[in-house]
Design a protein around this ligand. Structure first.
Ligand code: HEC
Length: 400
């Protein structure tokens, strides 16, 4: 066994573990505080400067949560800050981005049939656009547009969809989905790091100095916290999407992202309205269901470069066998001959007729109905070959 291979596998598994746990902690506290904020009620008898309180029951006791807005009259002795769950999520996520997408760019970031470029070039474009797109978002929020929430949301939406369209025309589908997810995640963490935290520090410094904090500091932080709230569900979807080739490796992949960027916020709206004690906007679920049907339909349109028509009459197993042997088996075998692949990926062997028949569904999913495999289309599979596989599977995957 190759030691570096085993070590890098373990490293990536550990970082992924950390990333998911940190993300759960961050999203959990973020959802919690948004809920708490929305459920605060002004009641008689609360101290001065209190926006409202909320009663909660959990873990065998009752809590009375009070929110001071802008701040209590004097600095409390102890204060808990919430920032490391966000920073850890980003740091571990960025480490994964480097391990999986930048260091293995040939497989997961680049698709030569989309755009041919070198691995360092792809990684540089990916990282550069991550930083640049955050700067543009920051500029939009600080511009006069930043004072109009609805206009800002619309411009932000068009901006993210345009970026997605661009990324799907530069990177592989999988690379593009991860890139846009990482980009939104970066914006969210930067909101904590560059706006929410610095403003909270100013408020605390003012309290210690015995001055009255400027309410604007809190308002700016709150605005970014609301952005984060609405961006959470789309980011989680994008992060999970790399397990679903029909989403990222099909023709209309960028429209699928555009739809999810609506569905996520719409579902958040449902919960936010409920937590605020308003009538539940049940219509949101119909919109979400309809939108997901649209995603379903879009994802059935096949691989990006698939030409319509020209379907062969029911292909024979011999044809499929030859395609898989020549396009897949160099990696999916006990001792892969592809540099950098140490053992059959995901323990899937595609090097005998029996194995190919056994994995008919996975082969059709990854390489017939979508173009997720071979990764980055490294073995230059043609659209016609994908059609042969799809037609073979649709005909019941005959073994002859
Ligand atoms: C360059 C090497 C390479 C080639 C060629 C290749 N694969 Fe893969 N395959 C991989 C890697 C790497 C993974 C694991 C991807 C990951 O980590 O998400 C994988 C994963 C898979 C999976 C499992 C997906 C999952 O997560 O459930 C299937 C199925 C698969 N490949 C089928 C194919 C088919 C069919 C072909 C030929 C059309 C093919 N592969 C060609 C490297 C390759």
């Amino acid at each position: 066994m190759d030691f570096t291979l085993v070590a890098s596998e373990l490293l990536s598994a550990t970082v992924r573990w950390l990333h998911v746990v940190a993300g759960i902690a961050w999203i959990g506290s973020s959802f919690y505080f948004i809920h708490l904020d929305l459920s605060l009620k002004k009641r008689a008898g609360l101290p001065d400067g209190v926006k409202g309180d909320a009663w909660q029951v959990h873990g065998g006791g009752f809590y009375q949560m009070i929110k001071f807005l802008v701040a209590p009259s004097k600095m409390p002795d102890e204060l808990t800050w919430f920032k490391w769950e966000a920073y850890t999520t980003w740091l571990s996520g960025f480490a994964l981005l480097v391990l999986v997408y930048y260091m293995q760019a040939d497989l997961f970031l680049i698709d030569k049939s989309v755009l041919n470029m070198s691995a360092p070039m792809a990684a540089a474009i990916a990282f550069g656009s991550l930083v640049a797109s955050w700067l543009v978002y920051e500029a939009l929020c600080r511009s006069p547009l930043g004072k109009h929430e609805v206009a800002l949301a619309l411009v932000g939406y068009v901006y993210l969809v345009a970026l997605t369209y661009g990324f799907t025309h530069v990177f592989s589908g999988r690379g593009a989905f991860t890139q846009i997810g990482a980009l939104i995640g970066t914006i969210m963490v930067a909101n904590v790091f560059a706006v929410i935290m610095p403003n909270q520090r100013k408020t605390v410094a003012a309290l210690i100095a015995g001055e009255k904090p400027n309410p604007l500091w809190g308002e700016l932080g709150k605005q970014r916290s609301v952005h984060n709230n609405y961006l959470t569900l789309p980011v989680v979807f994008l992060m999970l999407s790399n397990h679903h080739p029909l989403l990222f490796a099909t023709k209309y992949n960028w429209i699928i992202v555009a739809i999810v960027l609506v569905v996520g916020p719409v579902i958040r709206h449902f919960f936010n309205a409920r937590h605020e004690g308003k009538d539940s906007p049940w219509w949101t679920w119909f919109v979400a269901a309809f939108a997901m049907m649209l995603v379903l339909w879009l994802s059935t349109n096949g691989p990006k470069d698939g030409k319509a028509g020209a379907l062969p009459a029911t292909p024979t197993f011999a044809q499929v066998n030859e395609i898989v042997m020549s396009r897949c088996s160099m990696c999916h075998t006990a001792e892969p001959v592809w540099t950098g692949i140490g053992e059959a990926p995901k323990a899937i062997h595609l090097d005998t007729a029996e194995a190919i028949k056994l994995h008919a569904k996975l082969i059709a999913l990854q390489a017939g109905y979508a173009s997720a495999m071979p990764p980055g289309n490294v073995t230059e599979m043609t659209p016609e070959e994908r059609q042969v596989i799809a037609a073979w599977y649709a005909a019941g995957a005959p073994g002859e």
